[in-house]
Design a protein around this ligand. Structure first.
Ligand code: HEC
Length: 200
């Protein structure tokens, strides 16, 4: 037996459909917004990284204008909306085409002499982009009374990231595979330690 008349069902379905379209529209608009922000953040990080390579830290303040979340998002693989490794896609396989994934792969195995030569400029750029992110993140401590999430702890992990990035820049320039591996390992440690304290 039908309790709800058919006309009521039809109008309910109609309302649900309109709502669903509305929700979809809002989330598409939000995703679009996120993409636009990601583009701007990443352009500012790339520009600040280039300037830092030349010893000029003045462009970091452009990166500081953005929130931590979109700044961190830059570490993702290029295919997932991050900066990527190298100026354009295709320098390395997609699973290594991200600042984070590249740091992980560099920390695992020393590069051959040929690869240290081949990737010198891409590693140099990545190192200075990470340095730009670290410098901008100095001011982004998410305030918290928990001791494990203190301002000092934030500075400690962030310093580890900046130091690792500086060492990586120098190692890339020297084409020193052992030092590239050691400094990428340091950078990775900073990500893990800070995320364990502040994110998990
Ligand atoms: C000083 C602390 C700190 C360091 C160092 C750090 N992170 Fe993060 N990261 C955070 C915090 C806090 C969040 C959560 C941000 C939020 O959601 O607002 C985060 C979020 C992220 C995200 C998620 C972003 C998104 O899309 O939502 C990624 C990816 C990430 N970090 C990668 C890295 C990598 C890779 C490194 C090291 C090279 C690193 N982070 C170093 C604190 C840090």
């Amino acid at each position: 037996m039908n309790i709800i008349p058919r006309w009521a069902l039809t109008s309910l379905t109609g309302t649900a459909a309109v709502l669903a379209i509305g929700i979809q529209f809002v989330s598409t608009a939000q995703a679009q917004d996120k993409k636009e922000t990601a583009k701007k953040v990443q352009a500012s990080i790339v520009a600040a990284g280039e300037a830092l390579t030349a010893g000029d830290a003045s462009k970091v303040k452009e990166v500081e204008k953005f929130d931590l979340d979109p700044i961190m998002h830059s570490f993702k693989p290029r295919a997932r909306g991050g900066i990527g490794f190298g100026e354009k896609a295709g320098l390395v396989p997609p699973n290594e085409d991200g600042l984070e994934s590249k740091m992980i792969s560099l920390s695992k195995k020393p590069l051959s002499a040929g690869d240290a030569e081949k990737f010198e400029s891409a590693i140099t750029a990545a190192a200075h982009q990470i340095l730009a992110i670290g410098l901008a993140s100095d001011a982004k401590w998410p305030e918290n009374k928990d001791k494990a999430k203190s301002k000092d702890k934030w500075a400690e992990y962030n310093t580890l990231m900046k130091d690792g990035a500086k060492e990586l820049g120098a190692a890339a320039k020297a084409k020193d595979s052992a030092k590239i591996k050691a400094s990428a390992t340091k950078v990775n440690r900073s990500c893990n330690e800070c995320h364990t304290a502040f994110r998990d």
